[in-house]
Design a protein around this ligand. Structure first.
Ligand code: TEU
Ligand code: CA
Length: 542
């Protein structure tokens, strides 16, 4: 059915392709591997897959350094494999969203190689952001800016010029003021839409537009401007983005049903919703819950604010606890509270991947299950990250020489990188790479991974996998309109609300048992006895 609103309350499962399933034993997950696991995805009860980059890439940043936007990395398969995967997903009733990375290409992209081979001031260089060096000898970077992964944001090319890279040096930023760049991305959107993809996840959607026409501000001045968040920052969240995404919207609307898009924009909540408007990308990731402590008041405020804001944009809400960039939530919730400012799970923990020695893993998992069940009762789309349905914790024990993430290498000592949430999935209790593939996995799996395998959890009725399955299928039956009514729970630590059809959700965030209201228990995140709502537990009642 061509339901144009399919995305509004979808459960979307993120696949990090190199770590999902390996079909040919080279240790790298691939597209045929994904296709072979579609029965698993279908049984899970998801509505769509979001596929992280699968394009040709030297993997300087896990595939977010794209060599060619209109091809498949040969290590992951071919375009024919892609078409087969799309057909099989659609055959199973699962839609596909692909990641698109418009802020930067890789330094191996044809256009960037052409830029390097061309002189300063050439048309080829104008597709990226080149500037002359400064200082008495002209050998100093144009400004003191730092990249997101640490180190200078300008890289010298040997002829007196430098190029801008807000991420790794292998990720030169595009010049979005150049019409050729704009046009090429429209071609890419059509290329994948024509192949049947249902939508796009837009990487660093708040980047792209930049204003470097004025004297470049210092790093300190930039930081001040960011706080103002008024659309005039030279690098982030600029007003011109609306124009760019209006052009994208016109392309999405060429299709039936229109292709959807979700913005990844790390901006202030008050600025996020402009990406979600119907004349823009249509939906934006809401990372507020992801950054919050496991706390009833924090969750209540975030949910209420977002329900109100989204009503104004006409979009639907999005909820996220885990993705390929952050410490898995089963681990985060086992960390001591108050790691950061403003009641957030310390940005330090989140972004550094630093695992505290005082981690309580079983509390973390218990809370993660409760939080997920709460999220799946909320109106809007739930974005799930591969492995969270197994309750996978962050993998801390990765030897330095096996690490791949650039944040580790460029910021060593400050960050341990994002590899710990990207370790290949365990499918079986034992055997070569726990069923991921016949060879050894590209990131080492810990010895205990088999306990969290699909095989082990499949057989255990109380496993996290079976909880996710039941929750996702029930949610499909129960989801109705996007209404939510808050309920008086009688306890500060208990967050309660009702959805249409008499579906109620109660979460006890506290460490003491609370009273469970009357009703039919549909599902609970931990075992329930009598009229007690145990600590760190969500129950669905009707
Ligand atoms: O992330 C955008 C981003 O701003 C990241 O720096 C994010 O804040 C960080 O990873 C949190 O640890 C996107 C992708 O999700 C990420 O994997 C890429 O590395 C990045 O863009 C560059 O493409
Ligand atoms: Ca492979």
């Amino acid at each position: 059915a061509k339901d144009p609103d399919w995305w509004r309350q979808a459960a979307v499962y993120q696949i990090y392709p190199r770590s999902f399933a390996d079909s040919n034993g080279d240790g790298i997950g691939d597209l045929p591997g994904i296709t072979s696991r579609i029965p698993y995805l279908a049984a899970l009860g998801i509505d769509a897959v979001w596929l992280s980059p699968f394009y040709p890439s030297a993997l300087a940043d896990g595939g977010y350094d794209v060599d060619d936007y209109r091809d498949v990395d040969p290590k992951l398969g071919t375009l024919a494999d892609f078409d087969e995967m799309v057909a099989a997903l659609h055959g199973a009733g699962i839609r596909l969203i692909v990641d698109i990375v418009p802020n930067h290409s890789s330094d191996r992209h044809e256009w960037f190689r052409e830029a390097l081979a061309s002189p300063a001031g050439s048309a080829a260089r104008d597709r990226y952001i080149f500037r002359d060096g400064i200082g008495p000898d002209g050998d100093q970077p144009p400004s003191d800016w730092e990249g997101m992964f640490g180190g200078p944001a300008w890289h010298p090319v040997g002829d007196g010029q430098f190029y801008l890279h807000l991420f790794a040096p292998e990720q030169p930023d595009f010049n979005w003021a150049n019409p050729e760049v704009r046009e090429d991305f429209l071609t890419t959107l059509r290329f994948w839409s024509d192949r049947g993809v249902d939508g796009f996840r837009v990487d660093v959607a708040h980047g792209l537009a930049k204003d470097l026409t004025h004297p470049l501000p210092s790093r300190a001045e930039l930081a001040d401007r960011l706080l103002a968040a008024d659309g005039t920052h030279p690098l982030w969240d600029r007003e011109e983005l609306s124009e760019i995404y209006a052009e994208w919207r016109a392309v999405f609307d060429e299709y039936d049903p229109p292709r959807i898009a979700v913005a990844e924009a790390w901006v202030a909540p008050s600025r996020r919703h402009r990406y979600a408007r119907a004349d823009s990308l249509g939906q934006a990731f809401n990372f507020d819950l992801l950054r919050a402590e496991f706390d009833a008041d924090a969750f209540r405020a975030i949910i209420a604010d977002n329900l109100a804001a989204v009503r104004e944009t006409g979009s639907s809400n999005t909820w996220v606890f885990s993705n390929h960039d952050v410490v898995r939530h089963a681990t985060r919730y086992g960390l001591p509270a108050g790691g950061g400012a403003d009641g957030e799970v310390g940005a330090a923990w989140l972004l550094s991947g630093g695992i505290a020695p005082e981690l309580d893993a079983s509390l973390g998992l218990r809370r993660a299950r409760a939080a997920t069940l709460l999220m799946l009762a909320l109106p809007g789309s739930a974005y799930l990250y591969q492995g969270e349905e197994l309750g996978l914790p962050e993998v801390a024990e990765i030897p330095d020489h096996d690490r791949q993430d650039p944040t580790f290498f460029r910021n060593a000592g400050v960050e341990v990188g994002r590899d710990g949430c990207r370790v290949p999935l365990p499918w079986t209790k034992s055997g070569s790479s726990f069923g991921f593939g016949e060879g050894s996995a590209h990131l080492p799996q810990p010895v205990w991974f088999g306990e969290f395998s699909v095989e082990a959890e499949d057989a255990d009725p109380s496993s996290t996998l079976n909880l996710y399955r039941r929750a996702l299928w029930l949610r499909r039956d129960l989801q109705d309109s996007e209404e939510l009514t808050w309920l008086e729970s009688g306890a500060d630590s208990v967050l309660a609300f009702e959805r249409p059809g008499g579906w109620r959700s109660f979460t006890n965030f506290g460490s003491e048992p609370a009273r469970l209201p009357e009703g039919e228990v549909l599902l609970a995140s931990s075992p329930i006895e009598g009229d007690v709502l145990p600590p760190a537990t969500t129950v669905w009642l009707r």
